[in-house]
Write a protein that binds this ligand. Structure first.
Ligand SMILES: [Cu+2]
Length: 554
């Protein structure tokens, strides 16, 4: 009897393992058959039509859904949790083993997978999340970009205590803004995100269903794999605080060999998110132009075409691509030095029935223009707060005498850094210095230029209804100038001007990349009361002090 039960359990387990892997191609094959895409074998994605799996809907109904209700097909590698107003969703952080690039890696995941489930909701809905911490480290969940109640913002020391292993916490989420958002931990974020704790939230409006054929979230990341394992972390201190941890393996949706299949003539809407610890991506698809549709938390005032899009840690972009030629096209990350292949798009030949020539016209977005209009009178005001970035570090010489193994090249690179300022450091240019840096010998600083106060001592306050300009100064004279993506929790802002050049195409944002040596003005709408973090989203920088707190009084 016992043997029989074991055999049954083993069989069930094998089926579960097998079923966990669904391929987009299989899902496509499954469409209209009434069968789960899982029955079509190994693979990696799930296809969602409206609120259901496409495979659960007869094919004629898929057509109806696509054509009558304008629901695009959603292509996701992870499970999709479509939630309705007032739903409760159960989420856990788990220890998992994930195979990447042929190596079995000890990682973390949400609900057993990395990236975590794609949470799909309607704008203005409310959802409760019952969260359990099943990993061996305290954690929290931060809902990046959501203007929710601050008690659910997930920031230790500001809004909640870390959730201990085995403990639970209830989060109440609100979605006032349309677009793609992300959730991730806010405890040892540099370790926990690198180990796989992140997922997307897709917030859609009933008013304007996207006029595209597919919706495809793409999470860009890099991880550091050394000798077949994830590069080790020190449980007690933050390492690589100088540059942040660069990975050697590029990922899309947790996969080092990402592949997407679409049909010629179809329009794909990509929701891009950068979850890398430090790496900035310049994302593109070979031979295709992208229509830039939306930024972090809204659409743009007007659509624009571009060959690629620069996206820093925690930023998001919405871009549309019309695949008008059949073939295989690389998804790339292009730096001045190097082109990385992140994956590929396979466009299968098809008779193009629709005339999609309108795709190449760029439209204005009157709703966003009108929404921004009342804020334009503030554009010329003086900054209410000027924040400069700085670094306190043991001197190069001291580091060298402490670490005689450090090469002169690194020391020279540090010295030479200033004269050859690059707006963005695409790679770890000083690996040895970076390796030696930690949160004791290298601290990043946000400083209020007016008061000279730093970090949490700044104590910036605003009130609900205030519209204030904040100037972000990334001084070329600091000890180690480099770019910093700055994220403000719980509010939204416009990026007005960078180095004297006004931004002619505004959109609401929650994170902004301030390139090396640049000054950027943002206009913040303080709409959400509470205690909110503002920090660099190079995760090692935030952990090494580059963070402050903003109070928004009711
Ligand atoms: Cu930074």
């Amino acid at each position: 009897m016992k043997i029989q039960i074991s055999l049954i359990l083993f069989a069930l387990f094998s089926i579960m393992l097998f079923a966990g892997n669904i391929d987009y191609a299989d899902a496509l094959k499954a469409q209209g058959t009434g069968l789960s895409p899982k029955s079509f074998g190994k693979a990696t994605s799930d296809v969602v039509c409206g609120d259901k799996l496409c495979s659960e809907i007869p094919s004629q109904d898929i057509e109806k859904i696509s054509q009558n209700n304008n629901y695009p097909k959603l292509i996701s590698e992870t499970s999709v949790e479509t939630l309705s107003n007032n739903d409760t969703f159960v989420l856990s952080a788990d220890s998992i083993t994930k195979t990447i690039d042929g190596k079995n890696l000890e990682m973390y995941g949400y609900n057993g997978q990395t990236p975590g489930p794609l949470i799909k909701v309607k704008q203005d809905d409310t959802v409760t999340v019952q969260f359990s911490n099943n990993i061996d480290f305290p954690t929290t969940v931060h809902w990046h970009g959501l203007r929710l109640d601050y008690t659910s913002d997930g920031v230790p020391g500001i809004t909640q205590d870390p959730i201990q292993p085995g403990d639970t916490f209830e989060y109440n989420l609100k979605f006032p803004d349309e677009g793609i958002f992300l959730y991730h931990p806010h405890v040892r974020t540099e370790m926990q995100m690198e180990k796989g704790l992140y997922g997307n939230i897709l917030v859609e409006s009933d008013k304007s269903p996207p006029q595209v054929d597919y919706e495809i979230p793409l999470i860009l990341d890099d991880i550091s794999i050394i000798d077949g394992s994830l590069e080790k972390f020190d449980p007690d201190k933050i390492t690589k605080t100088l540059m942040g941890r660069f990975g050697n393996t590029m990922l899309i949706n947790g996969n080092s060999d990402y592949s997407l299949e679409v049909k010629q003539g179809d329009i794909s809407r990509f929701y891009l998110t950068n979850t890398a610890n430090t790496r900035t991506f310049d994302f593109g698809i070979e031979q295709y132009k992208m229509k830039l549709v939306g930024d972090d938390a809204s659409h743009y005032e007007k659509e624009m075409f571009s060959d690629s899009v620069i996206i820093a840690s925690s930023e998001r972009r919405t871009v549309d691509v019309l695949f008008d030629n059949a073939g295989e096209f690389n998804i790339i990350h292009n730096t001045p030095e190097k082109t990385y292949i992140l994956g590929r798009v396979i466009v299968s030949p098809s008779v193009i029935e629709e005339n999609n020539s309108d795709f190449y016209k760029t439209a204005k977005n009157p709703a966003i223009i009108q929404e921004i209009d009342p804020f334009r009178k503030f554009f010329s005001e003086d900054p209410d707060l000027e924040l400069e970035f700085d670094l306190k570090t043991t001197t190069t010489t001291a580091m060298q005498s402490d670490h005689p193994e450090m090469s002169d090249n690194d020391a020279m690179a540090m010295d030479k850094h200033e004269p050859q300022l690059e707006p963005i450091e695409w790679e770890d240019e000083m690996p040895e210095m970076n390796e030696m840096s930690d949160d004791e010998n290298t601290n990043w600083i946000l400083r209020d230029v007016k008061s000279g106060k730093e970090g949490f001592d700044i104590g910036y306050q605003a009130s609900v209804g205030d519209v204030k300009k904040i100037r972000l100064v990334n001084s070329p004279d600091s000890a180690h100038p480099m770019q910093h993506p700055i994220h403000l929790h719980g509010q939204r802002f416009l990026v007005l001007i960078e180095d004297g050049i006004p931004n002619e195409n505004l959109a609401w944002k929650d994170s902004v990349l301030v390139p090396t040596g640049s000054t950027v003005d943002i206009l913040v709408e303080f709409s959400n009361p509470g205690q909110w973090a503002m920090h660099c989203h190079i995760l090692e920088h935030a952990e090494a002090g580059m963070i402050t707190e903003v109070t928004v009084n009711p």
